[in-house]
Design a binder for this molecule. Sequence first.
Ligand code: F6R
Length: 602
Amino acid sequence: MCGIIGYIGERPACEVIVRGLKRLEYRGYDSAGIATENGGKLFIRKGAGRIDELTEELGFLDLPGKRGVGHTRWATHGVPSDVNAHPHTDCTGRIALVHNGIIENFAELREELLRRGHVFRSDTDTEVIVHLIEEELKSSENFEDAMRKALLRLKGSFALGIIYTEEPDRLYFVRNESPLVLGIGDGENFAASDVPAFLEYTNKVIFLDDREYAVVTKDSYVVKNLDTGETTEKPLHEIEWTLEMAEKAGFPHFMLKEIYEQPRAIRDAIHGNADVIRTAAEEIAKYEKIFIVAMGTSYHAGLVGKYLLQRLAKRVPVVEDASEFRYEFDDLVDENTLVIAITQSGETADTLAAMKLAKRKGAKVLGIVNVVGSMATRIADLTLYTHAGPEIGVAATKTYTTQLTVLTMLAVELARVLGTADEGYLDGLEEGLKGIPELVEAALKHDESLRELAESLVDRRDFFYIGRGISVPTALEGALKLKEISYIHAEGLSAGELKHGPLALIEKDVPVVAVAPGGRTFDKMVSNIEEALARGAFVVGLGDREDLKRISSVFVEMPPVDELLSPLLYIVPLQLLAYHLAVLRGNDPDKPRNLAKSVTVE
Ligand code: F6R
Protein backbone atom coordinates (compact mmCIF):
# COMPACT_ATOMS: atom_id res chain seq x y z
CA MET A 1 0.00 0.00 0.00
CA CYS A 2 1.36 3.43 -0.96
CA GLY A 3 -0.17 6.89 -1.16
CA ILE A 4 -0.35 9.03 -4.28
CA ILE A 5 -1.45 12.60 -4.85
CA GLY A 6 -1.63 15.00 -7.79
CA TYR A 7 -2.37 18.72 -8.09
CA ILE A 8 -3.03 21.13 -10.94
CA GLY A 9 -4.06 24.76 -10.38
CA GLU A 10 -2.62 28.12 -9.40
CA ARG A 11 -0.92 27.28 -6.10
CA PRO A 12 2.69 26.10 -5.80
CA ALA A 13 2.12 22.38 -6.46
CA CYS A 14 4.88 21.32 -4.06
CA GLU A 15 3.07 22.86 -1.07
CA VAL A 16 -0.22 21.10 -1.77
CA ILE A 17 1.61 17.82 -2.43
CA VAL A 18 3.76 17.90 0.72
CA ARG A 19 0.70 18.61 2.88
CA GLY A 20 -1.20 15.82 1.12
CA LEU A 21 1.63 13.34 1.52
CA LYS A 22 1.74 14.00 5.25
CA ARG A 23 -1.93 13.05 5.41
CA LEU A 24 -1.27 9.91 3.42
CA GLU A 25 1.66 8.81 5.54
CA TYR A 26 -0.53 6.15 7.19
CA ARG A 27 -0.45 4.35 3.82
CA GLY A 28 3.33 4.09 3.77
CA TYR A 29 6.31 5.97 5.03
CA ASP A 30 9.54 4.32 3.95
CA SER A 31 10.26 6.76 1.12
CA ALA A 32 8.65 9.65 -0.71
CA GLY A 33 9.04 11.80 -3.79
CA ILE A 34 7.55 14.59 -5.86
CA ALA A 35 7.62 15.53 -9.54
CA THR A 36 6.51 18.97 -10.68
CA GLU A 37 6.55 20.52 -14.13
CA ASN A 38 7.55 24.07 -14.94
CA GLY A 39 8.29 25.59 -18.35
CA GLY A 40 8.12 22.18 -20.06
CA LYS A 41 10.70 20.65 -17.72
CA LEU A 42 10.29 18.02 -15.00
CA PHE A 43 11.65 18.68 -11.51
CA ILE A 44 11.99 15.56 -9.38
CA ARG A 45 13.15 15.02 -5.81
CA LYS A 46 12.81 11.71 -4.01
CA GLY A 47 14.47 9.55 -1.41
CA ALA A 48 14.21 6.99 1.37
CA GLY A 49 13.00 8.38 4.71
CA ARG A 50 10.04 10.07 6.37
CA ILE A 51 8.30 12.97 4.63
CA ASP A 52 9.30 15.62 7.18
CA GLU A 53 12.98 14.68 6.96
CA LEU A 54 12.90 14.53 3.17
CA THR A 55 11.11 17.87 2.89
CA GLU A 56 13.98 19.37 4.84
CA GLU A 57 16.87 17.44 3.28
CA LEU A 58 15.77 17.44 -0.35
CA GLY A 59 13.97 20.78 -0.35
CA PHE A 60 10.61 19.49 -1.54
CA LEU A 61 9.16 22.95 -0.96
CA ASP A 62 11.58 24.57 -3.44
CA LEU A 63 10.17 22.67 -6.42
CA PRO A 64 8.74 25.09 -9.02
CA GLY A 65 5.50 24.67 -10.94
CA LYS A 66 1.76 24.56 -10.55
CA ARG A 67 1.17 20.94 -11.42
CA GLY A 68 2.74 17.85 -9.98
CA VAL A 69 2.41 14.39 -8.50
CA GLY A 70 3.70 12.93 -5.25
CA HIS A 71 4.10 9.56 -3.63
CA THR A 72 4.65 8.09 -0.20
CA ARG A 73 5.90 4.56 -0.40
CA TRP A 74 5.46 1.30 1.42
CA ALA A 75 7.83 -0.90 -0.54
CA THR A 76 6.58 -3.98 -2.36
CA HIS A 77 9.14 -4.64 -5.10
CA GLY A 78 12.61 -3.39 -4.25
CA VAL A 79 13.85 -2.24 -0.85
CA PRO A 80 13.20 1.30 0.35
CA SER A 81 15.94 3.41 -1.28
CA ASP A 82 16.46 6.65 -3.16
CA VAL A 83 16.30 5.02 -6.61
CA ASN A 84 13.28 2.90 -5.78
CA ALA A 85 11.33 5.90 -4.46
CA HIS A 86 8.69 7.29 -6.85
CA PRO A 87 8.19 9.19 -9.16
CA HIS A 88 9.77 7.13 -11.93
CA THR A 89 10.59 8.53 -15.33
CA ASP A 90 11.00 7.18 -18.86
CA CYS A 91 14.30 7.21 -20.80
CA THR A 92 13.52 10.58 -22.42
CA GLY A 93 12.71 12.29 -19.12
CA ARG A 94 9.35 13.54 -20.42
CA ILE A 95 7.02 11.28 -18.44
CA ALA A 96 6.90 11.07 -14.64
CA LEU A 97 4.67 8.60 -12.88
CA VAL A 98 3.65 7.58 -9.35
CA HIS A 99 2.02 4.24 -8.61
CA ASN A 100 0.16 2.49 -5.82
CA GLY A 101 -0.37 -1.21 -6.41
CA ILE A 102 1.42 -4.28 -7.68
CA ILE A 103 2.16 -5.18 -11.30
CA GLU A 104 2.08 -8.98 -11.49
CA ASN A 105 3.57 -9.38 -14.96
CA PHE A 106 6.33 -6.81 -14.49
CA ALA A 107 9.16 -9.36 -14.90
CA GLU A 108 8.18 -10.33 -18.46
CA LEU A 109 7.44 -6.72 -19.44
CA ARG A 110 10.80 -5.61 -18.07
CA GLU A 111 12.57 -8.30 -20.12
CA GLU A 112 10.79 -7.13 -23.25
CA LEU A 113 11.57 -3.47 -22.61
CA LEU A 114 15.22 -4.21 -21.84
CA ARG A 115 15.47 -6.01 -25.20
CA ARG A 116 14.07 -2.89 -26.83
CA GLY A 117 16.85 -0.83 -25.27
CA HIS A 118 15.13 0.81 -22.31
CA VAL A 119 17.37 1.62 -19.39
CA PHE A 120 16.00 0.77 -15.94
CA ARG A 121 17.22 2.57 -12.86
CA SER A 122 15.20 0.94 -10.09
CA ASP A 123 14.14 -2.53 -8.91
CA THR A 124 10.48 -1.54 -8.84
CA ASP A 125 7.61 -3.07 -10.75
CA THR A 126 6.42 0.51 -11.34
CA GLU A 127 9.23 1.48 -13.65
CA VAL A 128 7.96 -0.89 -16.37
CA ILE A 129 4.79 1.19 -16.67
CA VAL A 130 6.54 4.42 -17.54
CA HIS A 131 8.85 2.74 -20.10
CA LEU A 132 5.90 0.89 -21.58
CA ILE A 133 4.07 4.18 -22.15
CA GLU A 134 7.24 5.64 -23.70
CA GLU A 135 7.41 2.62 -26.00
CA GLU A 136 3.76 2.88 -27.05
CA LEU A 137 4.16 6.61 -27.63
CA LYS A 138 6.43 5.82 -30.59
CA SER A 139 3.51 4.34 -32.54
CA SER A 140 0.51 6.21 -31.11
CA GLU A 141 -1.36 9.28 -32.19
CA ASN A 142 -1.22 10.96 -28.84
CA PHE A 143 -0.21 10.45 -25.24
CA GLU A 144 -3.62 9.33 -24.02
CA ASP A 145 -3.72 6.65 -26.66
CA ALA A 146 -0.22 5.43 -25.77
CA MET A 147 -1.07 5.39 -22.07
CA ARG A 148 -4.19 3.33 -22.66
CA LYS A 149 -2.40 0.83 -24.87
CA ALA A 150 0.36 0.43 -22.30
CA LEU A 151 -2.03 0.04 -19.38
CA LEU A 152 -4.08 -2.60 -21.16
CA ARG A 153 -1.01 -4.81 -21.02
CA LEU A 154 -0.68 -4.66 -17.24
CA LYS A 155 -1.84 -7.42 -14.92
CA GLY A 156 -2.35 -6.48 -11.30
CA SER A 157 -3.43 -3.47 -9.35
CA PHE A 158 -2.58 0.13 -10.04
CA ALA A 159 -3.57 3.65 -9.12
CA LEU A 160 -1.43 6.07 -11.12
CA GLY A 161 -0.70 9.77 -11.37
CA ILE A 162 1.09 10.79 -14.57
CA ILE A 163 2.64 14.00 -15.97
CA TYR A 164 3.73 14.35 -19.58
CA THR A 165 5.82 17.44 -20.23
CA GLU A 166 4.61 17.94 -23.82
CA GLU A 167 1.05 18.49 -22.63
CA PRO A 168 1.43 21.43 -20.24
CA ASP A 169 -2.18 21.76 -19.13
CA ARG A 170 -3.09 18.32 -17.80
CA LEU A 171 -2.48 15.36 -15.54
CA TYR A 172 -3.66 11.77 -15.94
CA PHE A 173 -4.97 9.57 -13.14
CA VAL A 174 -5.85 5.90 -13.48
CA ARG A 175 -7.50 3.40 -11.18
CA ASN A 176 -7.54 -0.38 -11.20
CA GLU A 177 -7.99 -2.25 -7.90
CA SER A 178 -6.15 0.45 -5.93
CA PRO A 179 -8.08 3.42 -4.58
CA LEU A 180 -8.15 6.80 -6.29
CA VAL A 181 -10.41 9.79 -5.82
CA LEU A 182 -10.56 13.13 -7.61
CA GLY A 183 -10.98 16.37 -5.67
CA ILE A 184 -12.78 19.06 -7.65
CA GLY A 185 -11.88 22.64 -6.76
CA ASP A 186 -12.48 26.07 -8.22
CA GLY A 187 -9.78 26.64 -10.85
CA GLU A 188 -7.79 23.77 -9.37
CA ASN A 189 -8.16 20.02 -9.19
CA PHE A 190 -6.68 17.22 -7.11
CA ALA A 191 -6.42 13.45 -7.06
CA ALA A 192 -5.25 11.15 -4.30
CA SER A 193 -5.43 7.67 -2.86
CA ASP A 194 -7.66 8.99 -0.14
CA VAL A 195 -9.80 12.06 0.58
CA PRO A 196 -7.83 13.51 3.57
CA ALA A 197 -4.94 14.30 1.23
CA PHE A 198 -6.86 17.27 -0.23
CA LEU A 199 -9.84 17.73 2.09
CA GLU A 200 -8.51 21.07 3.39
CA TYR A 201 -8.91 22.49 -0.16
CA THR A 202 -12.13 20.89 -1.37
CA ASN A 203 -14.83 18.50 -0.18
CA LYS A 204 -16.23 17.84 -3.66
CA VAL A 205 -15.05 14.46 -4.85
CA ILE A 206 -15.46 11.90 -7.58
CA PHE A 207 -14.68 8.30 -6.73
CA LEU A 208 -13.10 6.58 -9.70
CA ASP A 209 -14.06 2.95 -10.26
CA ASP A 210 -11.81 0.14 -11.38
CA ARG A 211 -10.55 0.43 -14.94
CA GLU A 212 -11.31 4.13 -15.21
CA TYR A 213 -8.99 7.03 -15.84
CA ALA A 214 -9.32 10.77 -15.65
CA VAL A 215 -7.81 13.52 -17.77
CA VAL A 216 -7.62 16.51 -15.44
CA THR A 217 -6.84 20.16 -16.18
CA LYS A 218 -7.14 22.99 -13.69
CA ASP A 219 -10.67 23.82 -14.86
CA SER A 220 -11.99 20.50 -16.11
CA TYR A 221 -11.97 16.75 -15.81
CA VAL A 222 -13.11 13.90 -18.02
CA VAL A 223 -13.46 10.32 -16.76
CA LYS A 224 -13.13 7.50 -19.27
CA ASN A 225 -13.24 3.73 -19.37
CA LEU A 226 -9.77 2.27 -19.72
CA ASP A 227 -10.85 -0.62 -21.94
CA THR A 228 -13.05 1.27 -24.38
CA GLY A 229 -11.78 4.85 -24.09
CA GLU A 230 -15.41 6.01 -23.80
CA THR A 231 -16.38 8.89 -21.52
CA THR A 232 -18.37 8.01 -18.36
CA GLU A 233 -20.58 10.33 -16.34
CA LYS A 234 -19.60 10.29 -12.68
CA PRO A 235 -21.58 11.66 -9.73
CA LEU A 236 -20.01 14.42 -7.65
CA HIS A 237 -20.08 13.73 -3.90
CA GLU A 238 -19.77 16.20 -1.05
CA ILE A 239 -17.76 14.85 1.84
CA GLU A 240 -19.02 15.80 5.26
CA TRP A 241 -16.26 14.22 7.32
CA THR A 242 -13.89 16.22 9.44
CA LEU A 243 -10.21 15.76 8.61
CA GLU A 244 -9.73 13.45 11.57
CA MET A 245 -12.65 11.28 10.47
CA ALA A 246 -11.38 11.27 6.93
CA GLU A 247 -7.96 9.96 7.97
CA LYS A 248 -9.71 6.92 9.29
CA ALA A 249 -11.91 6.83 6.16
CA GLY A 250 -14.88 7.72 8.37
CA PHE A 251 -14.25 4.85 10.80
CA PRO A 252 -13.95 5.75 14.47
CA HIS A 253 -10.76 3.71 14.90
CA PHE A 254 -7.90 2.47 12.76
CA MET A 255 -8.59 -1.07 13.95
CA LEU A 256 -12.09 -1.02 12.46
CA LYS A 257 -10.80 0.56 9.28
CA GLU A 258 -8.17 -2.16 9.01
CA ILE A 259 -10.74 -4.91 9.63
CA TYR A 260 -12.71 -3.48 6.71
CA GLU A 261 -9.58 -3.26 4.55
CA GLN A 262 -9.17 -7.03 4.60
CA PRO A 263 -10.79 -7.80 1.24
CA ARG A 264 -8.35 -5.39 -0.42
CA ALA A 265 -5.40 -6.62 1.60
CA ILE A 266 -6.09 -10.28 0.78
CA ARG A 267 -6.37 -9.42 -2.91
CA ASP A 268 -3.01 -7.64 -2.77
CA ALA A 269 -1.44 -10.59 -0.97
CA ILE A 270 -2.65 -12.89 -3.75
CA HIS A 271 -1.48 -10.59 -6.57
CA GLY A 272 1.78 -9.78 -4.84
CA ASN A 273 2.81 -13.40 -4.43
CA ALA A 274 1.54 -14.90 -7.68
CA ASP A 275 4.98 -14.63 -9.26
CA VAL A 276 7.13 -15.82 -6.39
CA ILE A 277 5.17 -18.57 -4.72
CA ARG A 278 6.51 -21.31 -7.00
CA THR A 279 10.14 -20.50 -6.16
CA ALA A 280 9.37 -20.56 -2.44
CA ALA A 281 7.48 -23.87 -2.73
CA GLU A 282 10.35 -25.46 -4.66
CA GLU A 283 12.73 -24.39 -1.92
CA ILE A 284 10.52 -25.76 0.86
CA ALA A 285 10.09 -29.02 -1.03
CA LYS A 286 13.78 -29.78 -0.35
CA TYR A 287 13.20 -29.97 3.42
CA GLU A 288 11.55 -32.67 5.53
CA LYS A 289 12.36 -30.97 8.83
CA ILE A 290 10.40 -27.71 9.06
CA PHE A 291 9.93 -25.35 11.99
CA ILE A 292 7.53 -22.41 11.98
CA VAL A 293 8.48 -19.68 14.47
CA ALA A 294 6.51 -16.56 15.39
CA MET A 295 4.87 -14.72 18.29
CA GLY A 296 1.31 -13.72 19.14
CA THR A 297 -1.05 -13.39 16.21
CA SER A 298 1.70 -14.39 13.80
CA TYR A 299 2.14 -17.57 15.84
CA HIS A 300 -1.55 -18.33 15.35
CA ALA A 301 -1.07 -17.86 11.61
CA GLY A 302 1.78 -20.38 11.92
CA LEU A 303 -0.59 -22.87 13.53
CA VAL A 304 -3.00 -22.50 10.61
CA GLY A 305 0.01 -23.00 8.32
CA LYS A 306 0.76 -26.28 10.06
CA TYR A 307 -2.73 -27.66 9.33
CA LEU A 308 -2.45 -26.53 5.70
CA LEU A 309 0.97 -28.09 5.18
CA GLN A 310 -0.12 -31.31 6.88
CA ARG A 311 -3.32 -31.73 4.95
CA LEU A 312 -2.10 -30.66 1.53
CA ALA A 313 1.63 -31.32 1.40
CA LYS A 314 1.89 -34.12 3.97
CA ARG A 315 4.67 -32.22 5.75
CA VAL A 316 4.31 -31.87 9.51
CA PRO A 317 6.07 -28.73 10.69
CA VAL A 318 6.78 -28.02 14.33
CA VAL A 319 5.23 -24.65 15.23
CA GLU A 320 6.96 -22.93 18.10
CA ASP A 321 6.62 -19.64 19.83
CA ALA A 322 9.92 -18.01 18.85
CA SER A 323 10.87 -17.26 22.46
CA GLU A 324 10.71 -20.99 23.25
CA PHE A 325 12.30 -22.18 20.04
CA ARG A 326 15.57 -20.43 20.83
CA TYR A 327 16.12 -22.34 24.03
CA GLU A 328 14.35 -25.65 23.44
CA PHE A 329 15.07 -26.53 19.84
CA ASP A 330 18.56 -25.18 19.21
CA ASP A 331 20.15 -28.68 19.21
CA LEU A 332 17.73 -29.90 16.58
CA VAL A 333 18.43 -27.25 13.96
CA ASP A 334 20.98 -28.01 11.24
CA GLU A 335 21.59 -27.52 7.53
CA ASN A 336 18.76 -29.95 6.73
CA THR A 337 16.26 -27.72 8.50
CA LEU A 338 13.93 -25.11 7.10
CA VAL A 339 12.71 -22.39 9.47
CA ILE A 340 9.68 -20.37 8.40
CA ALA A 341 9.53 -17.15 10.41
CA ILE A 342 6.27 -15.19 10.39
CA THR A 343 6.33 -11.58 11.53
CA GLN A 344 4.26 -8.55 10.63
CA SER A 345 6.77 -5.96 11.77
CA GLY A 346 9.88 -7.92 10.91
CA GLU A 347 11.35 -6.46 14.11
CA THR A 348 10.04 -8.73 16.90
CA ALA A 349 13.07 -9.47 19.06
CA ASP A 350 12.22 -13.10 19.84
CA THR A 351 11.48 -13.93 16.21
CA LEU A 352 14.65 -12.23 15.00
CA ALA A 353 16.70 -14.12 17.59
CA ALA A 354 15.18 -17.43 16.45
CA MET A 355 15.95 -16.56 12.83
CA LYS A 356 19.56 -15.67 13.64
CA LEU A 357 19.99 -18.89 15.58
CA ALA A 358 18.65 -20.87 12.64
CA LYS A 359 21.06 -19.13 10.26
CA ARG A 360 24.00 -19.79 12.59
CA LYS A 361 23.14 -23.49 12.58
CA GLY A 362 23.11 -23.53 8.79
CA ALA A 363 19.33 -23.81 8.37
CA LYS A 364 17.47 -22.19 5.50
CA VAL A 365 15.21 -19.33 6.62
CA LEU A 366 12.03 -18.26 4.85
CA GLY A 367 10.37 -15.08 6.12
CA ILE A 368 6.69 -14.17 5.80
CA VAL A 369 6.81 -10.47 6.56
CA ASN A 370 4.73 -7.33 6.13
CA VAL A 371 7.28 -4.54 6.53
CA VAL A 372 9.59 -4.43 3.53
CA GLY A 373 13.22 -3.79 4.37
CA SER A 374 12.69 -4.75 8.04
CA MET A 375 15.37 -6.71 9.89
CA ALA A 376 13.64 -10.06 9.31
CA THR A 377 13.83 -9.55 5.55
CA ARG A 378 17.56 -8.95 5.85
CA ILE A 379 18.12 -12.13 7.85
CA ALA A 380 15.88 -14.42 5.77
CA ASP A 381 17.25 -16.26 2.74
CA LEU A 382 13.94 -15.72 1.03
CA THR A 383 11.00 -13.47 1.95
CA LEU A 384 7.35 -13.60 0.99
CA TYR A 385 5.57 -10.32 1.66
CA THR A 386 2.03 -10.11 2.98
CA HIS A 387 1.30 -6.80 1.18
CA ALA A 388 -1.18 -5.72 3.87
CA GLY A 389 0.13 -2.14 3.98
CA PRO A 390 0.92 -0.36 7.25
CA GLU A 391 -1.15 -1.49 10.20
CA ILE A 392 -1.67 1.30 12.69
CA GLY A 393 -4.02 -0.36 15.19
CA VAL A 394 -1.94 -2.31 17.69
CA ALA A 395 -4.13 -5.40 17.37
CA ALA A 396 -3.18 -7.34 14.25
CA THR A 397 -6.12 -7.84 11.89
CA LYS A 398 -5.41 -7.44 8.17
CA THR A 399 -1.83 -8.58 8.66
CA TYR A 400 -3.15 -11.86 10.11
CA THR A 401 -5.50 -12.63 7.21
CA THR A 402 -2.78 -11.77 4.69
CA GLN A 403 -0.35 -14.09 6.50
CA LEU A 404 -3.01 -16.80 6.14
CA THR A 405 -3.36 -15.96 2.45
CA VAL A 406 0.36 -16.41 1.84
CA LEU A 407 0.44 -19.66 3.84
CA THR A 408 -2.51 -21.03 1.89
CA MET A 409 -0.84 -20.18 -1.42
CA LEU A 410 2.38 -21.77 -0.20
CA ALA A 411 0.73 -25.01 0.95
CA VAL A 412 -1.22 -25.35 -2.31
CA GLU A 413 1.91 -24.77 -4.39
CA LEU A 414 4.00 -27.12 -2.27
CA ALA A 415 1.38 -29.82 -2.71
CA ARG A 416 1.64 -29.28 -6.47
CA VAL A 417 5.44 -29.54 -6.39
CA LEU A 418 5.33 -32.69 -4.24
CA GLY A 419 2.30 -34.20 -5.97
CA THR A 420 0.66 -34.87 -2.61
CA ALA A 421 -2.89 -33.74 -3.38
CA ASP A 422 -5.34 -34.08 -6.21
CA GLU A 423 -4.67 -31.36 -8.83
CA GLY A 424 -8.39 -30.72 -9.31
CA TYR A 425 -8.83 -30.18 -5.60
CA LEU A 426 -5.85 -27.80 -5.52
CA ASP A 427 -7.26 -25.84 -8.48
CA GLY A 428 -10.54 -25.56 -6.57
CA LEU A 429 -8.77 -24.28 -3.46
CA GLU A 430 -6.87 -21.72 -5.50
CA GLU A 431 -10.12 -20.49 -7.05
CA GLY A 432 -11.74 -20.53 -3.62
CA LEU A 433 -8.94 -18.34 -2.26
CA LYS A 434 -9.55 -15.79 -5.01
CA GLY A 435 -13.19 -15.66 -3.90
CA ILE A 436 -12.31 -15.04 -0.23
CA PRO A 437 -12.25 -11.20 -0.45
CA GLU A 438 -15.89 -11.27 -1.51
CA LEU A 439 -16.82 -13.67 1.27
CA VAL A 440 -15.00 -11.46 3.78
CA GLU A 441 -17.23 -8.60 2.54
CA ALA A 442 -20.22 -10.81 3.33
CA ALA A 443 -18.84 -11.62 6.80
CA LEU A 444 -18.39 -7.89 7.49
CA LYS A 445 -22.17 -7.50 7.11
CA HIS A 446 -22.49 -9.01 10.61
CA ASP A 447 -20.93 -5.87 12.05
CA GLU A 448 -24.15 -4.36 13.42
CA SER A 449 -25.52 -7.61 14.86
CA LEU A 450 -22.14 -8.29 16.48
CA ARG A 451 -22.27 -4.85 18.07
CA GLU A 452 -25.68 -5.72 19.50
CA LEU A 453 -24.32 -9.04 20.71
CA ALA A 454 -21.39 -7.21 22.33
CA GLU A 455 -23.87 -4.94 24.15
CA SER A 456 -25.52 -7.98 25.69
CA LEU A 457 -22.17 -9.49 26.74
CA VAL A 458 -20.31 -6.39 27.84
CA ASP A 459 -20.28 -7.28 31.54
CA ARG A 460 -19.14 -10.91 31.25
CA ARG A 461 -15.85 -11.74 32.93
CA ASP A 462 -14.69 -14.83 31.03
CA PHE A 463 -15.07 -15.98 27.46
CA PHE A 464 -14.20 -19.36 25.97
CA TYR A 465 -13.42 -19.85 22.28
CA ILE A 466 -13.51 -23.39 20.97
CA GLY A 467 -12.76 -25.03 17.64
CA ARG A 468 -11.46 -28.26 16.16
CA GLY A 469 -8.74 -28.97 13.62
CA ILE A 470 -7.88 -25.94 11.54
CA SER A 471 -10.36 -23.89 13.60
CA VAL A 472 -8.33 -24.28 16.82
CA PRO A 473 -5.97 -21.43 15.83
CA THR A 474 -9.02 -19.29 14.98
CA ALA A 475 -10.32 -19.91 18.51
CA LEU A 476 -6.92 -18.94 19.94
CA GLU A 477 -6.73 -15.80 17.82
CA GLY A 478 -10.33 -14.80 18.66
CA ALA A 479 -9.50 -15.09 22.35
CA LEU A 480 -6.27 -13.10 21.94
CA LYS A 481 -8.12 -10.27 20.16
CA LEU A 482 -10.63 -10.10 22.99
CA LYS A 483 -8.01 -10.14 25.76
CA GLU A 484 -5.74 -7.54 24.31
CA ILE A 485 -8.27 -4.82 23.56
CA SER A 486 -11.25 -5.43 25.86
CA TYR A 487 -9.21 -6.67 28.88
CA ILE A 488 -11.76 -9.45 29.39
CA HIS A 489 -10.27 -12.80 30.30
CA ALA A 490 -10.59 -15.19 27.36
CA GLU A 491 -9.34 -18.68 26.64
CA GLY A 492 -9.04 -20.37 23.29
CA LEU A 493 -8.83 -24.14 23.14
CA SER A 494 -9.60 -27.23 21.15
CA ALA A 495 -13.20 -28.24 21.76
CA GLY A 496 -12.08 -31.75 22.64
CA GLU A 497 -10.08 -30.33 25.57
CA LEU A 498 -13.17 -28.86 27.22
CA LYS A 499 -14.06 -31.95 29.17
CA HIS A 500 -10.48 -32.45 30.38
CA GLY A 501 -10.67 -29.55 32.79
CA PRO A 502 -12.02 -26.22 31.45
CA LEU A 503 -15.62 -27.50 31.56
CA ALA A 504 -15.43 -26.93 35.32
CA LEU A 505 -15.49 -23.19 34.56
CA ILE A 506 -18.54 -23.31 32.32
CA GLU A 507 -21.62 -22.25 34.20
CA LYS A 508 -24.83 -20.40 33.48
CA ASP A 509 -24.46 -17.62 30.86
CA VAL A 510 -20.70 -18.01 30.37
CA PRO A 511 -20.08 -17.10 26.71
CA VAL A 512 -18.66 -19.94 24.62
CA VAL A 513 -17.79 -18.90 21.07
CA ALA A 514 -17.84 -21.97 18.84
CA VAL A 515 -15.92 -21.78 15.57
CA ALA A 516 -17.70 -24.53 13.69
CA PRO A 517 -17.43 -24.57 9.89
CA GLY A 518 -18.80 -27.65 8.17
CA GLY A 519 -15.95 -30.11 7.88
CA ARG A 520 -14.57 -33.43 8.98
CA THR A 521 -15.13 -32.84 12.71
CA PHE A 522 -18.37 -30.87 12.59
CA ASP A 523 -20.38 -33.60 14.35
CA LYS A 524 -17.82 -33.85 17.13
CA MET A 525 -17.99 -30.11 17.51
CA VAL A 526 -21.77 -30.28 17.94
CA SER A 527 -21.29 -32.77 20.81
CA ASN A 528 -18.81 -30.41 22.48
CA ILE A 529 -21.25 -27.53 22.14
CA GLU A 530 -23.97 -29.69 23.71
CA GLU A 531 -21.65 -30.33 26.67
CA ALA A 532 -21.26 -26.60 27.20
CA LEU A 533 -25.00 -25.96 26.74
CA ALA A 534 -25.81 -28.59 29.34
CA ARG A 535 -23.90 -26.40 31.87
CA GLY A 536 -25.91 -23.33 30.87
CA ALA A 537 -23.32 -21.74 28.54
CA PHE A 538 -24.35 -18.93 26.21
CA VAL A 539 -23.16 -20.32 22.88
CA VAL A 540 -22.27 -18.02 19.99
CA GLY A 541 -22.10 -20.41 17.02
CA LEU A 542 -20.19 -19.42 13.88
CA GLY A 543 -20.91 -21.70 10.97
CA ASP A 544 -22.90 -22.60 7.89
CA ARG A 545 -24.98 -25.55 9.14
CA GLU A 546 -28.64 -25.68 10.18
CA ASP A 547 -27.81 -28.06 13.08
CA LEU A 548 -25.52 -25.41 14.51
CA LYS A 549 -28.12 -22.68 14.10
CA ARG A 550 -30.65 -24.84 15.95
CA ILE A 551 -28.52 -25.29 19.07
CA SER A 552 -26.70 -21.93 19.26
CA SER A 553 -27.91 -19.22 21.63
CA VAL A 554 -26.83 -16.75 18.91
CA PHE A 555 -25.95 -17.91 15.41
CA VAL A 556 -23.52 -16.03 13.16
CA GLU A 557 -24.15 -17.39 9.70
CA MET A 558 -21.03 -17.74 7.57
CA PRO A 559 -20.87 -18.43 3.84
CA PRO A 560 -20.06 -22.08 3.07
CA VAL A 561 -16.39 -22.46 2.24
CA ASP A 562 -13.79 -25.24 2.10
CA GLU A 563 -12.69 -25.96 5.66
CA LEU A 564 -9.06 -25.19 4.75
CA LEU A 565 -10.03 -21.66 3.73
CA SER A 566 -12.32 -21.08 6.71
CA PRO A 567 -9.68 -19.46 9.01
CA LEU A 568 -9.48 -16.53 6.57
CA LEU A 569 -13.17 -15.91 7.01
CA TYR A 570 -14.10 -16.98 10.52
CA ILE A 571 -11.68 -14.64 12.24
CA VAL A 572 -13.51 -11.60 10.83
CA PRO A 573 -16.60 -11.74 13.14
CA LEU A 574 -14.29 -12.46 16.06
CA GLN A 575 -12.25 -9.34 15.32
CA LEU A 576 -15.49 -7.33 15.17
CA LEU A 577 -16.83 -8.82 18.40
CA ALA A 578 -13.58 -7.97 20.23
CA TYR A 579 -13.60 -4.48 18.74
CA HIS A 580 -17.15 -3.70 19.86
CA LEU A 581 -16.62 -5.11 23.34
CA ALA A 582 -13.50 -2.95 23.71
CA VAL A 583 -15.30 0.21 22.59
CA LEU A 584 -18.36 -0.49 24.74
CA ARG A 585 -16.08 -0.89 27.75
CA GLY A 586 -14.59 2.53 27.07
CA ASN A 587 -11.19 1.31 25.81
CA ASP A 588 -9.26 2.69 22.88
CA PRO A 589 -8.79 -0.40 20.68
CA ASP A 590 -6.03 1.29 18.70
CA LYS A 591 -3.85 1.68 21.78
CA PRO A 592 -4.42 -1.13 24.24
CA ARG A 593 -2.74 -0.77 27.62
CA ASN A 594 0.66 -2.40 28.18
CA LEU A 595 1.10 -3.31 24.52
CA ALA A 596 3.32 -2.01 21.71
CA LYS A 597 2.89 -2.49 18.00
CA SER A 598 6.29 -4.00 17.67
CA VAL A 599 7.98 -5.81 20.54
CA THR A 600 11.66 -5.15 20.03
CA VAL A 601 12.84 -6.41 23.41
CA GLU A 602 12.94 -9.99 24.61
C1 F6R B 1 -1.70 -9.20 18.55
C2 F6R B 1 -0.41 -8.73 18.07
C3 F6R B 1 0.82 -9.39 18.59
C4 F6R B 1 1.81 -9.62 17.45
C5 F6R B 1 3.14 -10.16 17.99
C6 F6R B 1 4.13 -10.48 16.89
O1 F6R B 1 -2.75 -8.51 17.95
O2 F6R B 1 -0.35 -7.86 17.25
O3 F6R B 1 0.51 -10.57 19.23
O4 F6R B 1 1.24 -10.53 16.55
O5 F6R B 1 3.72 -9.22 18.86
O6 F6R B 1 4.40 -9.37 16.13
P1 F6R B 1 5.04 -9.48 14.69
O7 F6R B 1 4.07 -10.19 13.81
O8 F6R B 1 5.30 -8.07 14.28
O9 F6R B 1 6.30 -10.27 14.83
